[in-house]
Write a protein that binds this ligand. Structure first.
Ligand SMILES: O=C(O)c1cc(C(=O)O)oc(=O)c1
Length: 309
């Protein structure tokens, strides 16, 4: 049973957060950088509320609730227009909390789901109607225990007809082993959190080189320049992350996405100020054209293509 779970609660149901769980920043600063109109926060999560949407019994952590209302208030505070809500591992493959958040967004949120290989066509259609445009395959052992590749392949086959993409979350040190599998997946593949390079090695990090090689093999690969707070060794204001993100934005201007990663699950070193994260954007995307592609054009092509027609 995960730390924080309540004995006897149904399905691991209503819970207390893990004793050492860090809640999101209570009062993020208002950023000095003003995002272009229509900017999309393309990676964030909702948690619960657990009383309505219980966490999965298979979860590896029990967070503090982070609701749709709180997410949308942050969106407005930061000067963003839309969100892409990524199903968090603590909710397993029950996408209800994410779907509820999308339904409350007035068309200003879309989602990335986690689905089982056995999902029915009807359930997939319901997810699509609810705003889902992708699935996430997670390879981090601390989050999912094991990554069932055979099941991931079956899911990839199931979603092909829907025009969804696949989001992959891995540590760059694992990429040598994973690359053949990931490369064989069909369609558009989005790499989470810059492929998690080892910052201590600087931009010559071999894992980061592998991530860039993968990006170079095909225009099917996209990447999120997100999570400086997870990757940094130096800490805020994340000077050590800037060269990594800047290289990706410069080399793949049409295939980069940006997100807050609010509410920053499993942070232990510190909790980032989301306003300060937004203020990093001009440091990694120095001109207005790069900013527009990163924050508006790229995410709109992937998540709201019908609005660009
Ligand atoms: O690094 C993490 O702990 C983390 C966890 C989750 C999740 O639990 O889904 O999502 C993320 O984007 C990052």
């Amino acid at each position: 049973m995960p730390q924080g779970a309540t004995q006897g609660s149904p399905g691991g149901g209503i819970t207390q957060p893990d004793a050492d769980y860090m809640p999101f920043h209570p009062a993020p600063s208002r950023p000095g950088f003003v995002p272009p109109p229509g900017a999309v926060d393309a990676h964030c999560h909702v948690f619960g509320p657990a009383a309505v949407f219980p966490f999965a019994s298979t979860r590896k952590y029990t967070p503090v609730d982070a609701t749709a209302g709180q997410l949308f208030a942050l969106r407005d505070h930061l000067g963003f227009s839309r969100n892409v809500i990524v199903q968090a591992t603590c909710h397993g493959s029950d996408n209800s909390a994410m779907l509820d958040a999308i339904a409350r967004s007035g068309g200003r949120a879309r989602g990335v789901a986690v689905v089982d290989a056995e999902i029915s066509d009807g359930e997939l259609a319901t997810l699509h109607a609810g705003g889902v445009r992708g699935v996430r395959f997670n390879f981090l052992k601390r989050l999912v225990g094991n990554a069932p590749k055979d099941r991931y392949v079956r899911v990839a086959e199931r979603i092909a007809a829907l025009g969804w993409h696949i989001v992959v979350y891995f540590e760059s040190a694992e990429l040598e082993d994973l690359a053949p599998f990931i490369t064989a997946l069909p369609g558009t593949i989005v790499i989470d959190h810059m492929g998690r390079p080892e910052l201590a090695n600087g931009p010559d990090d071999p894992g980061f080189a592998r991530v860039r090689t993968l990006m170079d093999t095909s225009e099917r690969f996209w990447i999120k320049v997100s999570c400086p707070e997870r990757l940094t060794v130096a800490g805020p204001p994340y000077d050590d992350v800037v060269p990594f993100a800047r290289l990706l934005v410069a080399d793949y201007p049409d295939r980069v996405l940006w997100g807050t990663d609010w509410p920053h699950p499993n942070m232990t070193s510190h909790m980032p100020d989301d306003g300060a994260l937004v203020d990093m954007i001009p440091r990694i995307a120095p001109d207005t054209d790069a900013q527009y592609r990163l924050l508006v054009d790229n995410p709109m092509r992937l998540y709201w293509p019908e609005e660009r027609a």
